[in-house]
Ligand binder design. Structure first.
Ligand SMILES: *Cc1c(COP(=O)(O)O)cnc(C)c1O
Length: 271
């Protein structure tokens, strides 16, 4: 539990500085002055790193994880006040468990099929019926991941299939809330992105959003855009992103997946 987790004060200070510097860059890129949510992407990083940023002075709320097992472990160790985002490649057989077992799962950002939406709906519906207080339960937020770059190895639904999937979530999944659209985009385009050059992936996501809201009869601001990572978030914000997902700029380079540890070896850390 949290009290057994020792946050290294030097590491905590470094992480807080990194986060604050990202927050500043977000503010200066954000000419339109809208609210941009920052997800600190903590995949493959130890739980103590997350705890450090969730504590004062930063008291950061939103954290993103890519692997179901790792997210489950971290969620069970860390405070319930954290708002978890599942942003990784989503397997249909993991959906129900995720929605059911992590009460503070705030958003699933990587839904690209009706099957996955249905499985999440099933899991969330179970949470609903088990609530004893009778207060209205919060819906699980969903982002539809769109493959804007047309790369075969990228997950995400085709831009042209996005409306249909969005409609499915709105009409058939009462325990889910369609929150927005998410893209990762092609690395080459990301590397070419500056505050001045418009990234084609971000343009595609924006156009897809415009078509979806028009068809649903929603306002533009009712469907968020999740775009922008460490390498390209300034340009993404300039193009209207509502949410950026930043990992390495905050936490540093990630270890290989096989070397990652949720709980660090205390003996080793003491030296
Ligand atoms: C890992 C990851 C990020 C963060 O990437 P960085 O380049 O480290 O900022 C953002 N979004 C998704 C979907 C990811 O998998």
């Amino acid at each position: 539990m949290a009290e057994e987790m020792k946050v290294n004060p030097q590491r905590a200070k470094q992480l807080a500085e990194n986060l604050q510097s990202v927050v500043k860059t977000i503010q200066s890129s954000n000419k339109a002055g809208k609210n941009v949510r920052l997800i600190a992407v903590s995949k493959l990083k130890p739980a103590t790193d997350i705890l450090a940023l969730h504590q004062p002075p930063t008291s950061h709320l939103h954290f993103g994880e890519n692997y179901a097992q790792e997210l489950s472990e971290k969620a069970s160790l860390l405070p319930r006040s954290i708002r978890w985002h599942f942003i990784g490649a989503l397997q249909t057989n993991k959906c129900k468990g995720l929605a059911e077992q992590i009460p503070n799962l705030w958003c699933v950002s990587s839904v690209d099929s009706a099957k996955k939406a249905d499985a999440l709906e099933k899991g969330r519906a179970n949470v609903a019926s088990s609530g004893e207080t009778g207060e209205e339960k919060e819906k699980l937020r969903i982002m539809v991941q769109v493959n804007t770059s047309g790369e075969e190895n990228k997950s995400g639904c085709e831009p042209n299939d996005t409306l249909e999937l969005c409609k499915h979530i709105v009409e058939k999944c009462p325990d889910l809330k369609l929150q927005g659209l998410m893209t990762i985009g092609a690395i080459a385009r990301s590397q070419a992105t500056t505050a001045e050059t418009e990234n084609e992936d971000f343009m595609c996501l924006r156009e897809t959003r415009d078509r979806v809201v028009e068809n649903l009869g929603w306002k533009q601001e009712e469907l968020e855009l999740s775009m922008g990572m460490s390498g390209d978030y300034e340009g993404a914000i300039a193009m209207g992103s509502d949410e950026v997902r930043i990992g390495s700029t905050i936490f540093g380079e990630r270890p290989a997946r096989k070397d990652a540890k949720v709980v660090e070896d205390v003996g080793e850390a003491k030296g």
